[in-house]
Design a protein around this ligand. Structure first.
Ligand SMILES: [Zn+2]
Length: 356
């Protein structure tokens, strides 16, 4: 993007234009970073960790480790980004006004050349850039900020799932409109429309699996026939087992006492280094995160995401029931989704009162 803008402005304005173009893009991406930090800081205030901020040619994304628990939290997190741009735009406007520059007199600005390299042009373009960033992100199209605001507001009245369905439907309608407009005016908008359309579909699917997972308890999905290793069992035995069964995580247990967990990926990845005769105790994960059997799978998933994917041990009073990892929940979610399409709900929720 930096090279592209530099080249574009080097044509009419020479090397000065190239520097100006590069500086402009860097400043705009700086504002995008501040926008994402706005989301991130508010998210952290509500106990939602931020995994990373990713910059893309079309903007940025603040990836959260888990979803906000309450609609009010989602509302404030979503608003925080555009608010940052409004604040920056306000500051730029005041700075320009105190310098006697008419920031909104487009005719006058165009006469002096909007992209002629100068501090004044830079500030004016950044002002417009921030207004555009705020306005564009506030379009009520999930998964953009405006769509999240809309979903959060609807959630207060119709619940999260219906709110998501309504917001996603509106977003896909807007995306189709944007694509038609883009075909006639700007192919870049078609690209954005496709991203919005797919993003909205993804949000809808996520909301649906959230409901399905919230109706299941950790204890209900543990396999009573799951293979359990003793600490002295060999890595070779674990490799054989990994090839024979789709089980993704294994409990390593001394009698009834859980000592650690072993993931299939670790077994396969480390077998070459440890040799097949080494005991599994040497490669097991020793930190045990225990969850009760009646914990809902949405809570289990949140815990897994917050722990960076380390599996949890489902612990009943009379012993461990099994190990669950993110891959298990993904499998359960997709199977539950297929079953729900056929009108089947299994296994029956342990506590129907809290599963509604
Ligand atoms: Zn945003």
């Amino acid at each position: 993007m930096v090279v592209l803008f530099a080249a574009q402005l080097a044509e009419p304005h020479g090397p000065r234009g190239a520097v100006f173009g590069a500086l402009l893009v860097l400043c705009i991406f700086g504002c995008v970073v501040l926008h994402e930090l706005g989301h991130g800081l508010v998210a952290q205030r509500f106990g939602v960790a931020v995994r990373e901020i990713v910059l893309l040619p079309i903007g940025g994304v603040a990836r959260l480790l888990s979803e906000p628990k309450k609609p009010l939290h989602e509302l404030l997190i979503a608003l925080a980004g555009p608010v940052v741009n409004v604040v920056i735009a306000g500051g730029l406007y005041l700075a320009l006004r105190s310098g006697g520059i008419p920031a909104f007199d487009l005719e006058e600005l165009q006469k002096q050349g909007l992209t002629t390299p100068s501090i004044r042009s830079l500030l004016v373009l950044l002002l417009y850039g921030n207004i555009l960033l705020a306005a564009f992100n506030m379009l009520p199209a999930l998964p953009m900020d405006g769509g999240r605001v809309l979903r959060a507001l609807l959630s207060f009245f119709v619940g999260q799932v219906r709110a998501t369905n309504i917001a996603a439907g509106l977003a896909q309608l807007l995306a189709v409109g944007l694509a038609i407009f883009g075909f006639q005016h700007n192919p870049f908008l078609v690209f954005v429309a496709i991203l919005v359309f797919m993003g909205a579909g993804q949000e809808r699917a996520t909301a649906r699996t959230n409901v399905l997972l919230s109706e299941l308890r950790a204890g209900e999905v543990c396999d009573p026939h799951a293979v359990i290793f003793a600490p002295g069992d060999s890595v070779g035995a674990a490799v054989d087992q990994a090839l024979r069964s789709p089980q993704a995580h294994f409990l390593v247990s001394h009698g009834e006492t859980p000592l650690g967990t072993l993931s299939r990926d670790d077994v396969i990845g480390l077998a070459g280094r440890t040799g097949l005769h080494a005991p599994v105790a040497g490669i097991m994960r020793r930190t045990l995160v225990r969850v009760p059997p009646d914990m809902s799978l949405t809570d289990v998933r949140r815990l897994l995401q917050e722990n960076g994917g380390a599996p949890v041990v489902v612990q009943a009073e009379d012993g461990a029931l099994g190990v669950l990892g993110l891959d298990d929940l993904a499998r359960i979610a997709s199977l539950s989704d297929l079953l729900a399409r056929g009108g089947v709900r299994r296994p029956v929720a342990a506590d129907p009162e809290t599963s509604a």
